[in-house]
Design a protein around this ligand. Structure first.
Ligand SMILES: NC(=O)c1ccc[n+]([C@@H]2O[C@H](COP(=O)([O-])OP(=O)(O)OC[C@H]3O[C@@H](n4cnc5c(N)ncnc54)[C@H](OP(=O)(O)O)[C@@H]3O)[C@@H](O)[C@H]2O)c1
Length: 333
């Protein structure tokens, strides 16, 4: 099969489009012929976390396709089933944090940037009928992260004002739609006027310039909850825009991992700080049902053929990106 792997020195230069053997499903596994895969910031990050000694790995966490073969002892899935892949490996239950053995698909285990993936049958779920193949392919990781951040961790139920910095992010495009679906007021920020316009189109009530004075642009309006993933570049402004007693949920740090904040202001403000990452299989199924029920549509930035994964990875760092980048796989067959 054709696949996009990372092999060799850390970095984008070692991403290759190669021919490799596809695996037959073992007990409890299924083989899925992938139609579309989606990119996440992680696909970029792992290129720099790997060493030259690491074996080649098929990149990619997001994907959707059709089951073409089932191994022994598989009864929840059949040949011909249309499925999306849950990239959150071995986190089946609703518990506070992932158990030992948890990994994210696409490093160190082979991922979705390939014509086929062979994976545990527990990691696939029926594709929502409301989504096209393209949309289903870019849904899993970001929508799962958004769902857990907003609902399990942030407990957003409609009465709150939710501030989402960096609307260009794929996860943010799900956060806006999900928060609006339950009736919350949503404020987004972006460095780009075009992204602010698109954020409003997507349903945000207010869009402000990430690089300006937030409090001034919001006429002093504070948020009940901030869902942070930009990191160091917006952290101080996010904290300052939180109402006393409000909550900040963080799952990303695109623009810097390390921040400093004033503990005295923090405890006098009675603030809550919550970390979250990905989500479990229960949340994945809830997220799929939520997406279908509320007609949530992934926002597609651009679609590239699988063979052009390097260009797609480069696109992640272009300032004008808005939403999800997809890889079209089927045409390669
Ligand atoms: N922990 C998890 O489970 C998990 C899951 C998914 C993602 N993440 C993390 O969440 C983050 C978002 O990922 P993503 O792939 O959706 O999006 P992304 O490509 O990392 O985009 C983040 C957005 O942040 C804004 N931004 C970036 N640099 C900025 C700066 N210097 N100043 C102000 N704003 C800036 C941009 O929005 P504008 O262009 O609109 O300004 C950009 O589109 C990443 O850090 C990712 O690693 C974590």
């Amino acid at each position: 099969m054709k696949a996009v792997v990372h092999e060799g020195r850390p970095g984008l230069e070692s991403v290759k489009y190669v021919e490799m053997a596809d695996a037959n499903p073992g007990p409890g596994e299924v083989k899925v012929k992938l139609k579309y895969a989606g990119l996440n910031r992680r696909d970029h990050l792992v290129l720099y976390r790997r060493s030259e000694q690491d074996p080649a790995v098929v990149l990619g966490s997001d994907g959707a396709g059709v089951v073409v073969e089932t191994g022994p002892d598989v009864d929840r899935v059949q040949d011909g089933d249309e499925v999306v892949i849950n990239p959150s490996l071995r986190w089946p239950d609703q518990v506070d944090a992932p158990p030992a053995g948890f990994e994210i698909l696409g490093h160190p285990e082979h991922g979705t940037f390939a014509e086929y993936i062979t994976i545990s049958a527990d990691q696939v779920e029926p594709k929502p009928a409301s989504l096209s193949w393209e949309e289903a392919g870019v849904l899993p990781l970001s929508a799962l992260t958004a769902y857990r951040a907003l609902f399990t961790r942030g407990k957003v139920d409609g009465g709150q004002t939710v501030l989402i910095p960096g609307i260009g992010s794929g996860v943010a495009t799900y956060l806006v739609q999900m928060a609006k679906a339950v009736g919350a007021k949503v404020i987004v920020t972006s460095r780009s006027e075009e992204n602010r316009r698109r954020g409003l189109e997507l349903g945000a009530d207010v869009a402000i310039d990430s690089q300006g004075d937030w409090d001034q642009q919001l006429n002093g309006e504070k948020a009940d909850i901030v869902i942070e993933s930009v990191g160091a570049a917006t952290w101080d402004k996010s904290m300052a825009q939180l109402r006393p007693g409000g909550t900040i949920v963080v799952f990303g740090a695109t623009a810097g991992d390390v921040v400093e904040f004033n503990l005295r202001s923090f405890f006098y403000g009675q603030y809550n700080l919550l970390g979250t990452t990905m989500g479990n299989a229960v949340e994945f199924r809830e997220m799929l049902a939520f997406v279908e029920k509320h007609g949530i549509k992934p926002v597609l930035d651009r679609v590239y053929p699988l063979s052009e994964a390097v260009s797609a990875l480069k696109r992640m760092d272009e300032g004008s990106k808005f939403g999800k980048i997809a890889l079209k796989i089927e045409s390669q067959l």
